[in-house]
Ligand binder design. Structure first.
Ligand code: IVH
Length: 706
């Protein structure tokens, strides 16, 4: 880190410049830590950067950048989220799975308290929300901390994320000085479906169910992502509090509502077991139409004095019980077994069912997991369902648990048709006819067709255009699917010939649904821009199994250029030779990964697709350390204004790969200022200091990338 003036002595201009540099430095450290998994600076240095940034902002509040690192959950970034020790432990609940167990619960409490059978004893009954619990701490009426449950003793500090949830008040009027309100963060069915639609369009991963979506959204390191996800919150419990909150459970819940929290409208007071069970049935009846997932009913002793007397077991209160709903089951006929093929060629068996209502939802498809599951054995060959296999024509039991994907659970052999035959799992891909093989230790059978397989084609194209890959603006999963369906693109290379084949007058593309003249022109421009692609992005985009973003970066840094990478992968033989050894010598590359890459290059169809693609591209080298030949090695560069050929982030990465240092502000030490349209004070600073100013094209020419 550079020599530093005390914050008190900085001029405004110096402060602004340093905030720019700090923002870049902190962002870079975050990226190195998270994306590349390769920290560049120590935790202490990182903290020092953040502190310096906060100190300068405190002195010059008006200079705080809109993307200030202080507003990011960055302090915690070094270990994900910071840990929070709960002042009052966060407990879980004892479960009951039938009426008898609910009855036993009431009896136990009466016995514990030595209450006679006719002494009044009331309980609250409310839905058990299927989300994740959160503890909100208010001090002086202001939200100061939000923490997940964690292990009950220690959770994660998700304060910045919780602040983005509309149901969570930022401040309370008339609350005790210290108050911890606890409840459940969840996502509604409608919001969940819309989120998954957006994820799909963006080529992002889909969430299995609303609970996973809620958890994934709350536990985001970037609070702006949480803010874009519609999370909700019901308050139902509490932790530390500096004043009594009421005499009964019901009173406290009402108090929460008065303070501005959402409380569940199905919370009622019941006098004894009959009332509890009646409410259980009422809630169960409404389950399918509530619009959010619940998985049972929670009973709590209403009198807080009694709650105190009853106290706790190791991790559950004696005064509460979760009466779970049975898994939702139904029997129906299995009409067919279809095989779906995913991006990596995984063959997934799907049950096509005679439609049946399961817990209020009509189900006509369910997963059958894999071929072992159908055959009645687990991955170790042990029998499941007593070894009963599943056949087309069978009566099968379908169930939905918290998950949205229904499963086939059981089969009724007494109803098996005489002509039912054991299901033979295909050994060829149903989409392309290629051999489908099962590797040792893998429960999944995979199509070996790779890029010639239509199902894999579509899925891979979606991956190819995804954000960390080619990231072509205007070409998301939806567009790719449509273009593929019409035969306009079959493989990645086709994207780069799209204009030549269809675009002359833009006529055809323009006439397609969803495209206007401008968006078509924009698309072609975006595609052109992406002909120049950094090696690491290209490697990631190929969609080779096991090769994620980080691995792609590792490979790119090792081999520098496409030519070198391609030559090495072509020559490498699995398990032997110098090229194989070199591949394995990369820290982070193991045998499974290396095998996958080498096998891909050895596969004729894959190879042809890769070669056709690369012929369309200009692959930019990735240089790990400053190459001696680089014209900008060791030079300090400042980018300012709008860049037109690539994003600022990419320009920076490219410059850094060539050994240049990218700075946020211009000083006498700056070698080049690359100024695009709209460049302001930095270009002026450069003029004043006599620093060379280049436009984008001149810069690209300088680094040999024009
Ligand atoms: S009360 C001291 N009430 O269920 C008791 N929990 O299985 C604190 N949950 O960790 C919990 N709905 O995340 C309570 N109405 C409700 C609930 C509820 C959902 C969750 C909560 C808890 C888990 C225990």
């Amino acid at each position: 880190m550079a020599e530093r003036k005390p914050v008190g002595e900085l001029t405004e201009a110096e402060a602004r410049a340093e905030l720019d540099v700090l923002a870049e430095g902190i962002a870079r450290a975050n990226r190195a830590y998270h994306t590349a998994d390769a920290p560049e600076i120590s935790d202490a240095d990182y903290d020092a950067l953040k502190q310096r940034n906060a100190a300068i902002e405190a002195r010059f509040p008006s200079l705080k950048r809109p993307d200030s690192p202080s507003d990011q959950v960055g302090g915690a970034l070094a270990e994900g989220f910071a840990k929070v020790r709960h002042e009052v432990r966060m407990l879980s609940l004892e479960n009951a799975f039938d009426q008898q167990e609910a009855e036993d619960f009431v009896t136990r409490i009466r016995n514990f308290l030595n209450l006679s059978e006719d002494a009044p004893l009331s309980f609250t009954a409310e839905p058990k929300i299927d989300g994740l619990s959160l503890s909100l701490r208010y001090e002086g009426g202001r939200l100061v901390q939000a923490a997940t449950r964690g292990d009950g003793e220690e959770g994660e500090n998700v304060t910045e994320n919780a602040r983005t949830i509309a149901d969570i008040p930022q401040s309370l009027i008339g609350a005790p000085d210290i108050l911890e309100v606890r409840g459940e963060v969840y996502m509604s069915h409608a919001d969940f479906a819309a989120l998954n639609d957006r994820q799909q369009v963006a080529g992002e991963r889909l969430f299995a169910n609303p609970r996973n979506a809620a958890a994934g959204s709350l536990r985001q390191l970037d609070p702006t992502i949480t803010a874009a996800r519609p999370l909700r919150f019901f308050a139902y419990a509490w932790g530390a509090h500096s004043e009594p909150l009421g005499d009964t459970q019901m009173q406290v819940i009402q108090r929460f509502a008065t303070l501005g929290f959402k409380t569940n409208p199905l919370t009622v007071l019941c006098n004894g077991l009959d009332g509890m069970l009646a409410q259980y049935r009422r809630i169960e009846e409404q389950r399918a139409t509530l619009g959010y997932d619940i998985d049972g009913v929670v009973y709590k002793v209403n009198d807080l004095g009694l709650q105190r007397r009853l106290g706790y077991r190791s991790s559950t209160p004696r005064w509460a019980l979760a009466h779970k709903f049975p898994a939702q089951l139904a029997w129906t006929r299995l009409e067919a077994i279809d095989i779906q093929v995913g991006r990596t060629g995984a063959l997934s068996p799907v049950a096509r069912l005679m439609p049946v209502t399961v817990g209020g939802v009509v189900v006509s498809n369910a997963t059958l997991h894999n071929e072992d599951y159908i055959a009645g054995r687990d991955s170790r060959g042990q029998p499941i369902r007593d070894g009963k296999d599943i056949r087309v024509g069978d009566w099968v039991q379908v169930y939905r648990a918290g998950d949205v994907i229904p499963k086939v659970a059981d089969v009724d052999l007494s109803k098996r048709p005489d002509d039912a035959v054991p299901y033979v799992f295909p050994e060829r891909c149903p989409e392309c006819g290629s051999e489908a093989i099962r590797e040792e230790g893998d429960s999944v059978r995979r199509c070996t067709g790779g890029l010639i397989c239509p199902a894999q084609q579509v899925e891979r194209l979606k991956h190819f255009v995804s954000r960390a890959a080619f990231d072509i603006e205007g070409l998301g999963a939806k567009q790719v699917e449509a273009l593929w369906r019409d035969g306009w693109i079959r493989e990645p290379a086709d994207i780069f010939t799209l204009q030549a084949r269809y675009g002359s007058g833009l006529q055809q593309l323009k006439n397609r649904e969803g495209w206007g003249e401008k968006s078509a022109a924009n698309l072609f421009a975006a595609i052109e821009e992406r002909r120049r692609i950094p090696l690491n992005r290209l490697i990631f985009a190929l969609g080779i199994r096991h090769v994620g973003e980080t691995t792609a970066q590792l490979l790119a840094s090792q081999y520098h250029s496409w030519a070198e990478f391609e030559a090495a992968m072509t020559q490498a033989r699995i398990g032997e030779g110098q090229d194989w050894e070199q591949l394995l010598s990369i820290d982070g590359v193991g045998v499974v990964l290396a095998t996958s890459v080498v096998a891909t290059f050895d596969n004729e169809a894959e190879r042809r697709a890769i070669d056709t693609l690369v012929a369309q591209l200009e692959v930019q080298d990735v240089v790990a350390r400053a190459p001696s030949g680089s014209p900008v090695a060791g030079k300090t560069v400042v980018f300012t204004g709008t860049l037109e050929r690539m994003t600022r982030a990419e320009a920076k990465a490219q410059a850094e790969a060539l050994g240049a240092k990218v700075a946020g502000s211009v000083s006498a030490k700056t070698d080049y200022v690359v100024a695009g349209p709209g460049a302001g004070s930095k270009a002026k600073d450069a003029e004043r200091l006599g620093v060379a100013i280049l436009d984008e094209d001149a810069w690209l020419a300088l680094i040999g990338a024009a």
